[in-house]
Ligand binder design. Structure first.
Ligand SMILES: [Mg+2]
Length: 409
């Protein structure tokens, strides 16, 4: 984090695709255009809508149960999610951005952060670049695809600006209009403020983002400790969230089909889950600093352990770390549920070379496998031990829908 570098206007652009999965479906199936649709990994009434088209959103549909959405909008069309398709579109969008600037980072499947170069750090050039990106995505990727773009002194402010107008927005926030920028917002409109933090702040008489913004740093520290200091600078456009992406985890869980309810079956599926999570870690350019694994047993009870490890991003280290924890697991009962995740995720500064050369090599192998799988469809290449488990854990939600978020302290 950097509290010493003063913030500068027009430093960062945040591009967020609107209703991404739903828009991709409307792009490839023209009959869905202009209609209320919801995308769900499972299309039954208890399935969960993970993306709604802008037409559905306009009628009050949000992320939530399919059954509830159908009550609200009976003619809503529910589409089964196709993660591989959304990945293809993600890559096409990436290519478009790449054709304008090399200084960008995908933050999730539908969000990109673009660092503006000195020559673009002015109102005219920044807005022009944003408009060119919007047009190029429409022309080269698909005319159903719109995005909201925010421009600001930091990732946090650019993202918040991007959220100001959806769909197809373009909003600029500058250091001298911060007061006006915060004034219409509720606390929970602020990225990183959830209902829990909101409650805490309200207990201290902080009822709005403006209240928070007006508080002197000393008072914020008294209220929130170190996080208070971060909020003080974050709200003023300092890039305090640069390298720690989020206090999030990347992981997968899976309920075992009857034929996999053995130790070997569970381990084969676990490797598949690790393979998928490892892919996401690398696709988001992250390194992990810890793993957690859970096994639930059919007869009741479970095993759960987590531990910090030296930074890794390759499947082999990921598996070795999980295997180390599993040494303590007794497999006397039949496993039925598995969950594995990586935590302490960081995005390394620049293209840092890992000091452990073999980890780097293993990461290169993992990346090569990812590329082949990207090219020819997931699961083209996989470790031999995953053979049995391939069908058992289908890809459901790409990236598990991570969002740019800030770290809660
Ligand atoms: Mg989006």
């Amino acid at each position: 984090m950097s509290i010493t570098t003063p913030p500068k206007d027009f430093s960062t652009m945040f591009l967020d695709m609107n209703s991404f999965f739903a828009s991709v479906e409307q792009q490839v199936q023209p009959t869905l255009r202009g209609r209320a649709i919801g995308v769900a990994p499972y299309t039954g009434a208890t399935g969960c809508i993970i993306a709604a088209s802008k037409e559905a959103k306009a009628r009050g549909i949000k992320i939530g149960l399919v059954g509830e959405a159908k009550k609200l909008v009976p003619e809503i069309k529910i589409i089964e999610a196709r993660p591989a398709l959304y990945m293809i579109y993600h890559k096409e969008i990436k290519k478009v951005i790449e054709s304008f600037t090399p200084y960008f980072t995908p933050l999730s499947i539908d969000e990109f952060k673009i660092q503006l170069t000195r020559q673009d750090q002015n109102e005219f050039s920044a807005i022009q670049l944003a408009q060119k990106l919007k047009t190029a995505i429409r022309e080269r990727v698909g005319d159903s695809l719109s995005c909201s773009i925010g421009i600001g002194p930091s990732t946090f402010l650019a993202k918040m600006a991007g959220e100001r107008k959806k769909p197809d927005g373009l909003t600029v926030v500058t250091l001298n209009n911060l007061k006006q920028f915060y004034s219409p917002l509720k606390l929970t409109d602020i990225t990183g403020i959830n209902w829990r933090l909101e409650m805490h702040l309200k207990n201290f008489g902080i009822n709005s983002p403006s209240d928070l913004f007006n508080l002197p740093v000393g008072e914020l520290v008294r209220t929130l400790n170190h996080a208070g200091r971060l909020w003080y600078f974050r709200l003023r456009g300092y890039e305090v969230d640069e390298f720690v992406v989020k206090n999030k985890t990347i992981g997968h869980s899976h309920v075992l089909a009857p034929e996999f309810r053995t130790r070997d079956g569970a381990i084969a599926v676990l490797k598949k889950l690790i393979f998928k999570a490892g892919y996401r870690i690398r696709a988001e350019n992250l390194q992990a600093g810890g793993v957690a694994v859970s096994v639930g047993f059919l007869e009741g009870g479970g095993f759960h352990q987590s531990k910090k490890f030296p930074a890794f991003a390759d499947n082999q280290s990921f598996w070795q770390n999980v295997a180390e924890l599993l040494k303590n697991c007794s497999w006397r009962r039949r496993p039925i549920y598995l969950a594995v995740s990586a935590f302490n995720l960081i995005r390394p500064i620049g293209d840092q070379i890992n000091i452990f050369a073999d980890i780097e090599k293993s990461k290169a192998v993992s990346r090569a496998l990812d590329e082949i799988n990207d090219e020819f469809g997931a699961d083209t290449v996989f470790a031999a031990s995953m053979f049995n488990s391939r069908i058992s854990a289908p890809d459901r939600i790409p990236f598990g829908m991570p969002r740019y978020d800030i770290k809660h302290c």
